[in-house]
Design a binder for this molecule. Sequence first.
Ligand SMILES: NC(=O)c1ccc[n+]([C@@H]2O[C@H](COP(=O)([O-])OP(=O)(O)OC[C@H]3O[C@@H](n4cnc5c(N)ncnc54)[C@H](O)[C@@H]3O)[C@@H](O)[C@H]2O)c1
Length: 429
Amino acid sequence: MKLTIIGTGYVGLVTGACFAEVGHQVICVDSDTAKVKLLQDGGIPIYEPGLDELVAKNVAASRLSFTSSTAEAVARSDVIFIGVPTPPLPDGSVDLSFIEKVAREIAAAMTSYKIVVDKSTVPVRTGNKVAETIKRYCKAQVDFDVVSNPEFLREGFAVEDLMKPDRIVIGVRSQRPVPAMKEIFAPFDAPVIVTDISSAELIKHASNSFLALKISYINAISAICEATGANVQEVANGMGMDKRIGRRFLDASLGFGGSCFPKDLSAFIKISEQVGYDFGLLKEVQRINAQQMDRFVKKIIETLWVLKDKKIGVLGLAFKQNTDDVRMSPAIELCQRLQKEGALLRVHDPQAMEKARPLLQGVTYVADMNEVAEGCDALVIATEWEAFKKLDLERVRKVMTHPILLDGRNLFDVAEMERLGFIYKSIGR
Ligand SMILES: NC(=O)c1ccc[n+]([C@@H]2O[C@H](COP(=O)([O-])OP(=O)(O)OC[C@H]3O[C@@H](n4cnc5c(N)ncnc54)[C@H](O)[C@@H]3O)[C@@H](O)[C@H]2O)c1
């Protein structure tokens, strides 16, 4: 099918590449002309495992192309996906101006029936607003359908998630766009559920909020473990073997971040408030998450006493492993809090250092993870990169002024670290 994706970011670019991979004809649009030029020249603006090969292969096969012209892409496509940002406003609600602008741009370019699919994460009832806007601004007065198709990919595993999704959610107002939507997703061999638009929009916010809740739940348990001498990993393993609970999202840490969970939680709390429901449970999820960071910073201060002029190495800047995304990263927040206390930081991330630079200044960026600890009073693990598990711990211990390792991601074995001569503090163990 002939598809357009508007917004060529973490969601749009991977979606476009995967649609092309299964044989669709895809045009990716972005208003950032520098990004479009980079893509047209064979570059990739984000780090996502497997994405560069997928893009190169499908560009070479003439199934994937890039433009900054929405009008040109709309004219050449039957189905238009919207994947633009929906960032938070200061009061926690969602800034829908990107969506509204794109709806107007699509409307202005439409001269025949189109299916307009919202893939961005939006508050319930946004689909109706998009439909109203398109109707109002479409001079050609042609038929169209608005569909909600929320995206559930995980950054760092986005290609895998898009090629093998758990489910495809299609929210519609009429049955007319359903066959086309099913045809687009047929090659992915995943269960498709067709709902009304509001339910589809709610599925996304309800899912992300539930996952955040699961993380905060185990983080709360980690506090109890620390107070009682229990081990949160043992507790999580025992809980996770219950199929009704499941082991995933039960890893205690310094808290969640990223461009989705924090904003989707506050958006969902706000939407609930607007429809007359006080979602206190989700406010508690936010509170526990903030507290978890506070508890970790406190642990560092209690261990090192005064942080002023102490040299601290920090491993990890991305908000999670396998990505270069530093938006709302707990690792960056942690660095900023340590800087506020006067600590001098040496930092490393396998992929996120470039994107971190504008947010985190006055630190030393270190290219080799094994050199971060040099001359440090403590080393902190802030992101759960697999690569950090292969740290040369003997070397790290020798080059530090004192072998203190504070692990915000529980990457190492407690007994083993003690055997190696570290003062090792982690989460809930
Ligand atoms: N990143 C994720 O893991 C993830 C997962 C699921 C859902 N989502 C949702 O998907 C949406 C997009 O997220 P993202 O992380 O891909 O954002 P992003 O910032 O990486 O990408 C958005 C892109 O849209 C472009 N853009 C903005 N206005 C435009 C316009 N008028 N025309 C064309 N392009 C325009 C931007 O230049 C940018 O390249 C958000 O609603 C987000 O909540 C994100």
